[in-house]
Design a protein around this ligand. Structure first.
Ligand code: 6OG
Length: 159
């Protein structure tokens, strides 16, 4: 049995019609992959505040109208006792122009042209639920960073 230490992260989506803003991660965890914007929730902030801060820091845009929770994900990695608990959000609106940061290079993608082969392997499983307006709960156990050993994923009405 593995006793995990749970750590809280955010992941937030900016949408514009049938386009979604993703960032190319230039350094750190997930380097070399496209992802939504997010990171660790800091002490003293809510997960919503953390999500909005990460969007500002990584994409250079300001969330307007708050964020809506659309998913909850748990990631574990073979041989690692950290459990990444990721709260996934949809930004209701935004202002500003996406700007490259030290961590992320933002780019718009059409919802029919998401670069799944250059993303975390779990993304192609749950993005379609989000992209059609659904909510989801999932858990993925990895070997290394490319192989999913086991998974659970369900679409839910409420989170
Ligand atoms: P920083 O180290 O940048 O936070 N994250 C994942 N995102 C996806 N789509 N799939 C995964 O599969 C992920 N594992 C972690 C959560 C890391 C960021 O990366 C996300 C955070 O937004 C394993 O502070």
């Amino acid at each position: 049995m593995t006793v995990y230490t749970r750590k809280l992260f955010t992941l937030a989506f900016i949408r514009e019609g049938d386009k979604v803003l993703l960032g190319f991660k230039k350094r750190g965890f997930g380097q070399g992959r496209w992802n939504a914007f997010g990171g660790k929730v800091e002490p003293g902030e809510t997960t919503e505040e953390g999500a909005i801060r990460e969007v500002r820091e990584e994409a250079g845009v300001e969330v307007v109208g708050g964020v809506e929770k659309v998913g909850e994900l748990e990631f574990t990695f073979e041989g690692d006792t950290t459990l990444m608990h990721v709260i996934v959000y949809h930004a209701r609106g935004y202002t500003g122009t996406p700007t490259e940061s030290e961590e992320m290079k933002p780019q718009w993608f059409n919802v029919d042209n998401i670069p799944y082969t250059k993303m975390w392997p779990d993304d192609e499983l749950w993005y379609p639920i989000y992209l059609r307006g659904g909510k989801f709960r999932g858990a993925f156990h990895f070997r290394g960073y490319d192989q999913i050993l086991s998974q659970k994923l369900e679409e839910v009405q409420t989170l």
